[in-house]
Design a protein around this ligand. Structure first.
Ligand code: KIV
Ligand code: ZN
Length: 387
């Protein structure tokens, strides 16, 4: 029975994320990230592509052996040896899943040079084979968003009849827009027999910067699994960012009343670890996990936040496990922020002293991009020496 209020979080940082050129992780790093994903409550971890290399196989089987909460999934092309190898790796998990896929759009069908009928037979054969090995089978029509609707309905029906328990609808090249993403899921739910008995997943890429919006639009239309990565890591412009969809649903329960298992207070830590081990730094203004995501520098914002934090903050930094100050001192900061900051550092200033320090603070901020606590302490030490 599908719980319509639950959205499953499927993390593919270790598979699609690791496919970003240059993001390769070592075996130990993969195990560490898998442990963090498991601890934060990710429902399904796509741990790798077992036939791709000996290293991937080892990583998927070791992750399968240690996961406590998450289902462990491996990727396999629509080939029997791929599926067998995938099963060999994931079978150790307390909850294993095989994920098999084939490109169904005209451009992708041309690569193996299969007719529509021939591809339909391959799908039937490979999904049935996977299902004979494992009760939990996910099937993806790669480039689904550029596949003819009639053909997409036909192959999704075949995969469901062959035993797929999750059907993932990938926007492989990040081409779709939110309205289309929702329409596609709605169309499949309406037209495909048996569609209401399986879970539809959404897998979006960010080539046009719409991955998060597309994933949430698909959920609105009935998808109940979001495929995503930490920090949006992934090929080209990346995948849907886990932290964005999870926090969007948490903050906007009024319009997205869905629950996930994610412990959001673990987001910041895993974001930092993924950035370190992948070598992909997070942009400063990245939603949720960017260095500036909770920082206020302008005087008006700082003043507002000091009086009532909700004036300029829609979520609490602590909700993502961030316990650092949210005030950045700089040339746009006002007197109230300076007074509050100095108080934190142990300096209680009268109005006249504040006036004097504020003038010197502004002069410093004009010369220096970032003002650290040490700069303010030096300012106060100077001030004491000159009085
Ligand atoms: O983007 C994509 O189509 C994929 C599939 C393998 C699911 O990553
Ligand atoms: Zn992908």
């Amino acid at each position: 029975m599908i719980d319509k209020n639950r959205v499953l979080i499927f993390d593919t940082t270790l598979r699609d994320g690791e496919q970003s050129p240059g993001a390769t992780m070592t075996h130990d790093e993969k195990l560490e990230i898998a442990d963090l994903l498991d601890e934060m409550g990710v429902d399904i971890i796509e741990a790798g592509f077992p036939i791709a290399s000996e290293g991937d196989f080892e990583a998927v089987s070791d992750i399968a052996k240690r996961a406590k909460f998450s289902t462990i999934c491996g990727l396999a092309r629509a080939r029997l040896p791929d599926i067998d190898r995938c099963w060999e790796a994931v079978q150790h998990a307390q909850s294993p899943r095989i994920h098999t896929f084939i490109g169904t759009s005209p451009l992708h069908r041309a690569i193996p040079n299969l007719t529509m009928d021939e591809m339909a037979d391959v799908i039937h054969e490979t999904v049935s084979h996977a299902r004979n090995l494992c009760d939990n089978v996910q099937w993806s029509p790669m480039d689904a968003t550029r596949t003819e609707h009639d053909y997409l309905c036909r192959v999704v029906e075949i995969a469901i009849k062959a035993g797929a328990t999750t059907i993932n609808i990938p926007d492989t090249v990040g081409y779709t827009a939110p309205v289309e993403s929702a329409d596609l899921i709605r169309m499949l739910l309406e037209r495909v027999p048996g569609a209401d008995e399986i879970i539809f997943a959404t897998h979006c890429h960010n080539d046009l910067g719409m991955a998060t919006a597309n994933a949430l639009a698909a959920v609105d239309a009935g998808a109940r699994q979001i495929e995503c990565t930490i920090n949006g890591l992934g090929e080209r412009a990346g995948n849907t960012a886990l932290e964005e969809v999870v926090m969007a649903m948490k903050v906007r329960q009024d319009i997205m009343p869905y629950q996930t298992h994610i412990d959001t207070t673990k987001i910041m830590n895993i974001s930092r670890r993924v950035a370190q081990v992948s070598g992909f730094p997070v942009q400063f203004n990245k939603a949720i996990v960017g260095k500036n995501a909770f920082l206020h520098e302008s005087g008006i914002h700082q003043d507002g936040v000091l009086k009532n934090v909700e004036t300029f903050e829609i979520m609490k930094p602590a909700d993502i496990g961030l316990n650092e100050a949210n005030i950045a001192m700089g040339k746009h900061s006002g007197r109230a922020a300076l007074r509050a900051k100095l108080k934190d550092l142990g300096y209680e200033l009268g109005d006249n002293q504040l006036k004097d320090v504020f003038v010197r603070f502004k002069a410093l901020a004009d010369r220096k991009k970032e003002i650290y606590d040490e700069d303010l302490i030096a300012l106060m030490t100077d001030s004491a020496a000159n009085t």
